[in-house]
Design a protein around this ligand. Structure first.
Ligand SMILES: [Zn+2]
Length: 197
């Protein structure tokens, strides 16, 4: 049973209504990995759930819900029930994905999060060098992400899987709270261009 006070209705940062429970655990667990790839649950490894912890997160922009009414509080039985129900529901509807399906979903999720940051410029390109990623927005600024930093190099493989043989895909993205469609296209080996449709 949920009420309007027990689960956040929408994300205050991007207006998405895809609010999912955040749990602690290892994303290498096959069940959790599938649920995370499908945006059913968000996992933070060393997350300690104590009074005041963020327990709801936006599946689109990955911002946590900071509103006090929705922070972990054992004395709020409706909130606790909604949180437990959401986790239970995710596991009850668990659909295991194989490795290549997970890679495609992760590629899409990665492009979606980058697009939220860079598409307001209109267009950006991702370029893979041997050791790093380059992100080049149309403003001319260049951002380099080195292997083994926050963005693992293998995301480029995930994006290639997501784009598939045809080398182009449309995907949903929210830019300044507005739902938009973006198009990612492999324009050369190791080079992907992302545009707002
Ligand atoms: Zn959001």
């Amino acid at each position: 049973m949920t009420t309007k006070q027990s689960k956040p209705h929408k994300c205050e940062y991007c207006d998405s209504t895809k609010i999912i429970p955040m749990v602690n655990g290892s994303p290498v667990d096959p069940a959790l990995e599938s649920l995370v790839a499908q945006d059913k649950i968000y996992v933070r490894g060393s997350f300690q759930i104590v009074k005041g912890s963020v327990i709801w997160i936006c599946a689109d922009c990955h911002e946590g819900v900071q509103d006090e009414a929705y922070l972990y509080d054992e004395s709020n039985s409706e909130l606790m029930q909604a949180y437990e129900d959401a986790i239970k529901e995710a596991f009850e509807n668990l659909e295991y994905l194989n490795e290549s399906e997970i890679r495609k979903l992760e590629g899409r999720a990665f492009l979606r999060s980058l697009s939220q940051n860079y598409l307001s410029y209109g267009l950006f390109e991702l370029e893979k060098s041997e050791e790093s990623f380059w992100i080049k927005p149309s403003t001319g600024a260049t951002h380099e992400y080195v292997t083994n930093s926050i963005i693992p190099m293998n995301y480029f493989g995930d994006m290639d899987d997501y784009l598939g043989e045809e080398g182009t895909k449309e995907f949903e993205v929210r830019i300044n709270k507005e739902a938009c469609v973006a198009v990612a296209t492999r324009i050369a080996p190791g080079k992907i261009q992302v545009k707002r449709k």
